[in-house]
Design a protein. Structure first.
Length: 201
């Protein structure tokens, strides 16, 4: 990699890091070009050169952290041998990520991220391109008879829906949620919903 490319990558990282700091401090309303260039020390021209617009920068920020989240949850699945232990590992990895990277998790679970994913087909396609390992994991355990013979999107929703819901509640600042307790209790409840002998199908 040339020095110019290295400088370009460093600039991209500066802008993404600054955008997350600004979001953490001011929320979506404070995510302006002026605030990000001031926080990063990067010029307006460089921001537009690398991202095209403030929306392009935010899309890249969401995509970056979604990659980290999916990477951690999928890595957790790799070290399991059954569907049941996989669900436990996935839930704990997801909620652990939310606790460890609260600012990034707030962005990933925000209305802004939801709107952008729905409105921008390219962003949605990029996100869905990372999901096949989870889809394959689900389908493999359906074929083995451990998970209920339901459509893959339905099983995915039954597994991730409660986890995303509790994460959103915790991230909103509601103080009636204990993520450590949820990480212990949710996996078994989710397992009962998706297990092959749960009465579904």
């Amino acid at each position: 990699m040339s020095r110019k490319q290295q400088r370009g990558e460093a600039t991209v990282e500066q802008l993404l890091d600054a955008a997350l700091r600004v979001y953490a401090e001011t929320g979506e309303q404070g995510l302006t070009v002026a605030a990000i260039t001031r926080a990063s020390g990067v010029s307006l021209g460089s921001l537009y050169h690398h991202f095209g617009s403030i929306d392009g920068l935010l899309d890249a920020l969401v995509d970056r952290w979604l990659g980290h989240l999916l990477g951690e949850t999928l890595a957790a699945l790799e070290h399991t041998r059954t569907a049941r232990t996989g669900i436990r590992a996935l839930v704990r990895a997801y909620l652990g990520f939310v606790q460890e990277h609260r600012d990034a998790a707030r962005l990933l679970h925000s209305a802004h991220a939801d709107r952008r994913a729905m409105a921008d087909g390219r962003l949605r396609d990029a996100q869905e391109a990372r999901v096949p390992p989870l889809v394959q994991w689900i389908q493999g355990y359906v074929e083995r008879g451990e998970l209920a013979p339901l459509e893959t999107p339905l099983i995915e929703s039954l597994i991730l829906g409660p986890v995303v819901g509790i994460a959103r509640r915790w991230l909103s600042g509601i103080d009636d949620v204990d993520l450590d307790r949820a990480a212990v209790l949710l996996p078994e409840r989710i397992w009962r919903a998706v297990a092959a002998d749960s009465g579904t199908g």
